[in-house]
Design a protein around this ligand. Sequence first.
Ligand code: ADP
Ligand code: MG
Length: 607
Amino acid sequence: MATRIRILPEQLANKIAAGEVVERPAAVVKELVENSLDAGAQEISVEIETGGKKSIRVSDDGCGLSREEALLALERHATSKLASDADLAAIATLGFRGEALPSIASVSRLTLASRERESVEGSEIYVEGGKIVSVKAHGMAAGTAIEVRNLFFNTPARLKFMRSAETEAGHVGELLTRLALSRPDVRMTYISDRRSQFRVLQGNLSDRVSSLLGSDVSQGLWPLETTEGSITVRGFISRPELSRSTTTYLYTYINGRFIRDRVVQHAILQAYRGVLERGRYPVVVLFMDIPPEEVDVNVHPTKHEVRFREQGRVHDVIQAAVENLLRTSPWTVRAAAASLTVASADRQLREARDTGVREALARYAALPVREQPSVFPVPPATSSRSFSSSVAQAAAPESMAGLPDNGGGYYSSLTVLGQFNAMYILCQDGTDLVLIDQHAAHERIAFQQLKAQFGQTGVEVQGLLFPETIELTFAESACVKEFADTLEKLGFELEAFGGTTSVIKGVPRMFAHLDYQRMLRDIVAELLQIGRSHAAVELADDLMACMACHSVVRGSRSLSVEEIRSLLRQMDQAEFAATCPHGRPVLCRFPLGDIERMFKRSKSGNP
Ligand code: ADP
Ligand code: MG
């Protein structure tokens, strides 16, 4: 069949582009607000009706457009933000493709009104389904106001895909939250069906976070700022006790642009792995500043994805920045912390002990690393007397004097009151009652020690008696060659066999009895995607967490004051000391006020 090739009419091309850029009302709002920000607006207001399906109106006090510019802006590939090829390599504005306005105009009834500061009057252009219907003079304040009515009125297929007004309004709200977090210097208002959803004033990031995400969330956040070479990471990350069940609260930005990027997300979650339970996600608002030439934002029309020139390095810098803060857990020192809950502890432990890990444990237990002295040695006979008497003698004078144990760290600074049910240590911190789960604390210490040993001895390789072949895809095989060194460090000895097949000659001893082919594939998949692989480290950590759990005393156990002190001192040495290796909290805090309320006492402490 003979086909005739022809160039698409401009209006049809715009409609096709709209398919990518404008998928729902929130996408329209995104494009319009980004244009306002690029135009240097100080104040932006967004008003929608029926979730944006009926109308979307975005107005700003930015630089405005002349009539000629406004007409041009409605044409495809018209942009004021790029002039040359070179500009594309270092984009500093949110927009640059010159596609949004013509795309939106082609699938709606759009009114663009704009006035430059220096002109006496503005212009108003009305476009219907991409056709300019009218152009006239318009009196208005300097700036731009764009109204989009009846979105998708001429694309019935898209119209059907829109959800309820509430759902669409929710998407708009989420989108505006992302944008508003990125520019605390710009005032923003969001109105839906004539009801104000939020109004944020100029301020700093911290103000903006608390007005948009709520004061509960902002109290659980901790500031972070690190520069490593050409990369700066700054913003807020949540303490482990503030977590969510989805990744919605990962607000991540590259050079001021909100992105949802695998590399960035992976780096953050990796840093939280040891302190959050599986299936829980942190809240973060993090801005990564990277030289524009090292990141490509022109990957997708919505610009939510990016490519890094050195993704592995970006990954490491972000992970290290977050992890370093979590490691020191500065918030444990602050007495203001809220009490923690231990709700999902059981589920956690069950998860951590899945069969694979248990088998691995049995095997790994035979290795010399296990022969280290127990983290918490069985106390000599003298100290095994009942706890209450020893505490009564040792702790009473100290708590009366109000002097903390001078171990230096937070845990050592607690005043020990006693032990409850031979499972929990009772302490006082100022006017807070602090309960410490001794098993969780032991686990954390044992885990850190195992990790330190693992770090010293490195990965032991076990040669395979019968080398195995593994068939890879072209991409995987290229990756195996590129990262041969990395794989070797992880304990995998591989040799090219021909084509895309490799021979496995040696595997990490720790995983020798597990499905190491799958392990290897996981590692390669990660190397392909992220440029780094943590699969091996992750499994090793799981094994060690499990070993730690089994190596320490479980259930109840009376402790002498010396033992408690020693435990607290060791906790001060441990990293990530606020949680056990499975992510359960080590301590809970009960402020005096809460206890007084429980006893229906007034604040003044009257009986
Ligand atoms: P892009 O943002 O990729 O340049 P758009 O189609 O979104 O493409 O916008 C086209 C052009 O219209 C922009 O480059 C800008 O010059 C102009 N423009 C759009 N919105 C505004 C606004 N609110 N204020 C001033 N100029 C605007
Ligand atoms: Mg734009």
